[in-house]
Write a protein that binds this ligand. Sequence first.
Ligand SMILES: [Zn+2]
Length: 519
Amino acid sequence: MIHKKTTRVANARITTYAKEDLSVCQVDVEVCILPGIPSFHIVGLPEKAVKESRERVKAAIINSGFTFPVKRVLVNLSPADLPKSGGYFDLPIALAILIASGNIKHYPHTQTAIWVGELSLLGRITGKNLLPFVITAHQSRQSIVIPSELTLPVSLNEVVRYRVSQLSDAVELFQKEPKPPCQFILSDINNSRDEVPDFSMVTDRDWEKWVCVIAAAGGHHLLMQGPPGVGKTLIAQCFTGILPTLEREKILEVAMIYSWHGSIRLSDRVPIRTPHHHITPGALLGGGVPFAPGEVSLSHHGVLFLDEITEYPRGLLDQLREALVHGEVHLSRVHKKIRVDARFQLLAAMNPCPCGYYGDNQRCICGHLDIKKHQKNISGPFLDRIDISMIFSKDNVLQQKNKKKIISELKDPSGKTIDIHSSVSMQSAVHHFRMLQKSRQNALNTDLPWELCQQHAYAARQADKAFELAERQLGLHGRSWQKTMRVARTISDVSQSEVIKVDHLQLAAELGSHRLTHR
Ligand SMILES: [Zn+2]
């Protein structure tokens, strides 16, 4: 009589994370222990560090006092088409092997948390650059188990279900009853205003501050032109202080981008980045192996300030055009294209000529060719994507009077004139104007869709016959027309007007016509 030999297959599964360019994916670690000649294989596109994990896991299991199965051990990292690199798969692989081999008999919460960590040969759990995992766990409301040695900001500690320092600790934890669910509240974020200079430091520049309120309210890109020492850089630094603070989702989005650099940024202040003009395309847009975000991403939801913009290479500036319009950048990598977030507001500053005193005949020493050479790095298509140009100039009496009148129309919803001498009151006005745009069209005016631009123009023509005439006189086409209409919409918003008026259109056209001198 022939007895059929029964084979017993032991399985286990644990959840962990893997990095892919600038995103984090969930990965299942499956272990299967089969009868046969003893072996240990890892499948599922493991890269070198993951393949080497076999030696570390085996030594750590034995050195922690457990038995390593003398059978065929097969580890699968799923999904199989995602390349896996890094040592942080060690801990989930070891735990799954211990479950499948019967070393851990009681495991009430295998699936209640994400497990990450690298093992030393003696079973110590380590790990670095795990911040993207902790933030992803927070965003997706999952608990995570990390190495004890990893220091985190207090607010992110709440996501961490357990901290473990030895494989034996992890095994012990595994057999205990699960803790109640985590809180997932983002507390203790940095919300200090101290580092941002206040607009009260900028004196005698009411018109420029008014333009800043328009740019901040509508999210319009802004170019400042003026002689040296006039306060362009100070205004740019003050600018972030009047932008509304970041909401929870945006704080985490920004924190995630910074975490790829290994830095912790948990702040509700908008980021501002000021890259030097010698920056490489990779450092500006993102690149390298492993992929690191560039300055355009580090200023996501914030401000990218290019001081002395004429010093930046023309090709580099032109590469910003995609981000300026779409708020994202597509980059070609070896086998694929990746998309990175880059929704920043551009602030740029420049001197009108090499000496900086163009228009002042007594001081300017530049010739016509010098000025042309100075401005050659800014291409027309790049300039076309800047919505507002602010020129620091000496006004005649009539211009001063007009500007005073426009500034006096800047009122908050209760009808009170907005104090443009402090960042706090300017910020609260900007916040109000942004809420107004969000409730009307669920976007800022800078992203106003083409159809809505046309609808607003139609409404303006209906309300005022002179509007059509003004539109024709301005002779704007395509992108320029849309750009002007978007800025005009913001001007009418801050002037408490439901429709765009002729004055608003003319002012928007004036702010948008950033004719560089001599062009
Ligand atoms: Zn000059």
